[in-house]
Design a protein around this ligand. Sequence first.
Ligand code: ADP
Length: 414
Amino acid sequence: MNAQKSFIRIRPALQKRAINGLASGTLVRQDFQQELTRFFDMVEQAIDSGDPTWIDPILYEWASTQTETDLEGNERNVTALLKQLITFTVDTIRENLEPDDALDLMGVLMPVFFHGVERVTIFENDSRVAYITNDLQILQAKVERLDRSKSNFVSVAAHEFKTPLTLVEGYTSMLSDLMPAEAEQMHLLLQGVHNGIRRLRGLVDDMIDVSLLDNNLMSFNFQPMWLNRIFNLLKADCQSTLQARRQTLDIRPFEGSNDLLFSDTERIYQALKNIISNAIKYTPDGGQITIDGRTLPGFVEVTVSDTGIGIAAENQDAIFEKFGQLGNVSLHSSGKTKFKGGGPGLGLPITKGIIEAHGGTIWVESQDCDEVRCPGSTFHILLPLRSQPSDPNLGRLMNASVVPIDYTSDINGQ
Ligand code: ADP
């Protein structure tokens, strides 16, 4: 008997065995019976033609109509079903055919089934990958939506804080003006309120800056700027804190520090102030902070080094992320200058945003974080050497001998 005839002979028994073994419930049985009939029809075609791909379409159909629950689980349902059908087939052949016929039929049937298992594994994996990819895309869209609404919330909240803050600030000043000079204790208390308001305002401004940078809405006003003037202003601004902490701020003259750069002076001041405030904060009393630098092709590099606690290598990227402050949360709100006084972790992300918006870059170098050894940290800031204004009218106002103006060129697209 040839293989095809053998298969036709065992098919009713095989189909019955498969139905009993795999489907429960009358309705399920009816559906399953139809599917099995289609499948065994295709198997017959495959045996007849010697081409196992006849069974591919139905396997593909089964694999692609898996439910969400099937896909969420880790089982390969159709592969498992096919493997069970192979077992039933072998058992049915053994019980119903003479050994020679059985061997002949197995010889043509097994390649068809093995081809089927191989294809169905691929189909099921493809369906699962497509399902996971789709899931990831939905998740990514959700995260993006969440990030946008968080950013909007920060921006709205920060702006909403500003109005009552201005009111409290105004009334405190009025109260202070009205208070008789001899009411010293009252003045002291009002000074405390005033300091609190100042810090709150700083925080609100930082939150607004972060949301502006997040949404690419921070505008920059490029003006002539000299780094050494900014450094001297910063030193004057930090003088009382430096004295209180017995720290020294050494500003070294370097090539490029006295050259004109077109930048947003206020924003660069803000960026450098954040770095220097941190250097003060994370350096023990009596420590040293040094501003140095050099020119590189197309850039001026500013370095701010301190003799502070340092930053572990694994945190050197994280500190530039929003809310990327390290260390003890209980230290938060302990002040802008106190040793290790934590903040909200917005200073460095804002600094990075400002520097990058100027076409520059910022990174930190430190051996380790060790509060006893104090290995120190060095922040490197690269700013493009932009010696010409983006606005020709502004250039015309500048002294031509100081600024070699090329009115035809636009600087870095700014
Ligand atoms: P914060 O408001 O916490 O100071 P920043 O964004 O300014 O936020 O800094 C993030 C974190 O980077 C800080 O919490 C601190 O752990 C670390 N850091 C920044 N500057 C220094 C420094 N000079 N030395 C040691 N650690 C620093």
